[in-house]
Design a protein around this ligand. Structure first.
Ligand code: SAM
Length: 280
């Protein structure tokens, strides 16, 4: 009898970011690959997780994921802990303009965590440009996207996402919480809202509080503290003089991004972005 080749490699699909997110890094993963730490790390922290492109690429054994966007964090918690119920709630949605504005008008805090996650994913998949943007009162204000057949439920991917999140602590809060967890040997990837390329750049707001120059400086202090602790630290930001000066003592690499938002004023061609690391 012929022996079965048990070592035949088969490709286990990695999860894709389950939401479309401004500043999502999926397209940059091939350029990030050679910049990721070569040495082993025991713990991974992503304090601006957003769509989680880097986390879902790495699928580390132990992780802490942080973001200040409550809707996003509630969504990840529900996908991790209660996906069956979420899938069944998602099946109720319809792709019509009237229904979209009805769902958009619901006050998320009055909903159960599952309904809230369901509303969040529905709006993310059907809103114009699929992006999450809120007004100064924190209300989601993107118009209906008029997409013919948006894929609201990608069930196999949501299961992969749920699985990948099982070993992660998921926290809603400010990026500085990273300091409560980071130790020597931790790999931290920081992907803050970008410093604008020009004063007039129309900066996308992910939450009702904008991320200003003072936050960028506060972040640079956190970067330095992580460096002092012996963490491996990698940060993305826009290619501006201000950011280059802020991190001048570290390794600065240029990567090229296609970008439709937070983008070059003329809106054409790739933009350069920076990857800053405390290791080579
Ligand atoms: C550039 S996006 C991250 C994108 C992510 N790397 C991806 O691949 O989708 C920046 C994220 O930072 C979050 N954020 C903004 N201010 C924050 C703060 N003070 N602390 C933690 N997260 C914050 C936003 O909600 C947003 O999800």
């Amino acid at each position: 009898m012929q022996e079965q080749n048990v070592s035949t490699p088969f490709k286990v699909e990695k999860p894709k970011p389950p939401v479309k997110w401004a500043g999502g890094k999926a397209q940059l993963i091939p350029q990030f690959e050679p910049l990721l730490p070569k040495e082993e790390y025991n713990f991974y922290i992503e304090p601006f997780v957003g769509g989680g492109a880097v986390f879902f690429h790495l699928i580390p054994q132990q992780a802490v994921l942080i973001d200040s966007n409550e809707e996003l964090i509630n969504f990840y918690l529900v996908v991790r802990d209660n996906l069956e119920e979420l899938l069944s709630d998602l099946r109720k949605h319809r792709n019509t303009e009237e229904y979209y504005y009805y769902i958009r008008a619901l006050e998320p805090k009055t909903l159960s965590p599952v309904e809230r996650a369901s509303r969040f994913l529905y709006l993310n998949k059907t809103a114009y440009n699929g992006l999450w943007r809120v007004n100064s009162r924190g209300e989601f204000n993107v118009p209906y996207g008029k997409y013919k057949n948006p894929r609201i439920i990608d069930e196999p991917n949501l299961w992969r996402v749920s699985h990948a999140l099982k070993n992660a602590q998921i926290i809603c809060g400010d990026f500085s919480l990273v300091l409560e967890f980071a130790q020597a040997g931790t790999f931290v990837y920081l992907d803050p809202p970008y410093h604008p390329l020009s004063e007039t750049a129309n900066f996308t707001s992910y939450t009702s509080d904008a991320f200003g120059t003072e936050d960028q400086k506060r972040l640079a202090e956190v970067f330095r503290e992580l460096d002092r602790r012996g963490c491996l630290v990698m940060l993305s930001n826009s290619d501006t003089e201000f950011i280059r000066r802020l991190y001048s003592e570290y390794e600065i690499q240029v990567v090229y991004a296609r970008r439709s938002i937070n983008c070059k004023p003329d809106g054409r061609g790739p933009v350069t972005e920076l990857v800053i690391r405390n290791y080579s």
